[in-house]
Design a protein. Sequence first.
Length: 300
Amino acid sequence: MTIATIVYLGCWALFAWIGDSWWQMLMAVVLAVVFTQLGFLAHDLGHRQVFRTRRPSDIAGLIIGNFGVGLGWGWWNTKHNKHHANPNHEDHDPDVSPAVIVWSQEQARRVTGLPRFIAKYQAFWFFPLLTLEAWHLHVASVKALFEPTAKRRWLELGLLVTHFALYLGLVFTILPFGKALLFLAIHQGLFGVYLGCTFAPNHKGMPVLTKEDKLDFLRKQVLTSRNVRGNLFTDVALGQLNYQIEHHLFPHMPAPNLRKAQPIVERYCQEIGVDYLQTGLIESYGQALKHLHEVGEPLR
């Protein structure tokens, strides 16, 4: 967390020092990576992996999430906890609700309008659409604070407004209007793509559950998740979410320990006859895109 904070502040100091230059487009790429890495930290804080008690987790999560990267801590936690409780479940997992992308052929048959048009060839649309993911998360974070169930409404809203005021103020003060817009497009676009590329291998292309499926906790978590094998670079690049099966079985386990749990969980699943899927990174994207293309088949 200390390293991430120093890098984050250092990048903005370098941004101010570079000034009006096309080199700022490279800074947009670097900041997209830094924002995503901070997102991983917020994710771990949300699972209570870092601190022993709730209060410091919430304080750090609000600072990193709302103030640091402009994503609503409370809204995301609520949404993510629902996902963990019922991963890849059509009725209960908000991550597979049919918005723009659909996740099952039954959903494809029901959608109308723009989602129906996109669903026909959504495997080709998937990565281009990820360029809008960060914007979607920003908007959803603000909208959620105006729901009747919102907690810490004014604190979270104040931190979000402060983030965007400082972020946009700095960008448009340092850069001319045209360059500023291009910087925002590159930064937020790549931020969304990077986030999507870390989430897509985890569950996309795995079985989508319905109310007809009755699975125990272990099978519900393992059969809907996919691990991505790799090395230290893969672990850092994916925020250690490449150990998705272990993370879903033990969401409070600190992320650095997931790699130690992985061979134990894999052996146990083999002993009891539960399918345990682990692939390479590129292969995981291939499986996810193949699934998305098959889902759109009824509309083609």
